[in-house]
Design a binder for this molecule. Structure first.
Ligand code: SF4
Length: 227
């Protein structure tokens, strides 16, 4: 599978794909690949890296050195370029920047990427996350409209709210896996979300808990005030 994915990646790039998320991929004359933040294309003063492993550290923090819990948040650090020699190294590096995203696109192209409705994901939660089963439709739709908006996450959302109930607060572009050029006219590998992530599930729990706290009566006073 990994070798297939490397070949697929090399072939997409031969066919003109040049971006994934906030990263631009430029084939080099030596048969390798140069990666940089798309905003940094053409800039000379970039810090040079040469190992796929370097992508791991580059993916952790944003420009303000704040930790990025969601790798697909549009907050990728600027100021670097990463030179890689082979398609294998490219696959490794992209997996650090955007875990599993090339593999999901590969599966999608093979019509083998079933999407899981949010309700199904929540209904199988256990322990402290079982509270998410009590998420109300309207509060859930509102939360998804904020947490999964393009300003918060670069993935395209493939799942429905529930079987037969579409998401209502995201744009049509956000809900489509269709490849389209970036604003700079670059062909990209779309980042796909086929099932709600842990961060969204945790946010669903917070919404439920907050509502239930606000609805619960204040604790009863027992006994008499002491004097
Ligand atoms: S559920 Fe998917 S689209 Fe929404 S924030 Fe998580 S990864 Fe992004």
């Amino acid at each position: 599978m990994k070798r297939n994915l490397t070949h697929a990646l090399e072939s997409w790039i031969r066919d003109g794909i040049r971006a994934i998320g906030q990263i631009t991929i430029t084939p080099t004359a030596q048969g390798g690949y140069e990666l940089c933040h798309t905003d940094d294309l053409g800039k000379a003063e970039l810090v040079a890296y040469t190992s796929a492993e370097d992508a791991r550290a580059l993916s952790f923090f944003d420009d303000a050195n704040a930790y990025r819990p969601l790798k697909t948040a549009p907050t990728l650090k600027h100021g670097w370029r990463l030179n890689l020699n082979t398609g294998e190294e490219l696959r490794h590096a992209l997996d650090y920047f955007y875990p599993a995203m090339a593999a999901l696109w590969h599966s999608h192209l093979q019509a083998n990427l079933p999407a899981v409705p949010l309700r199904d994901t929540l209904n199988r939660q256990t322990g402290m996350y079982a509270a998410t089963k009590r998420l109300q439709d309207e509060e859930g739709q509102e939360l998804v409209g904020q947490a999964c908006a393009a300003s918060a996450c670069a993935k395209r959302v493939l799942w429905a709210f529930s079987e037969g109930q579409a998401l209502t607060r995201l744009t049509p572009e956000k809900l489509s896996a269709e490849p389209r050029p970036t604003p700079a006219g670059i062909q990209e590998i779309p980042l796909l979300c086929q099932e709600a992530c842990n961060i969204l599930v945790a946010a669903c729990r917070e919404v439920v808990k907050k509502r239930e706290r606000s609805q619960s009566p204040p604790p009863q006073q027992t006994g008499s005030p002491s004097h």
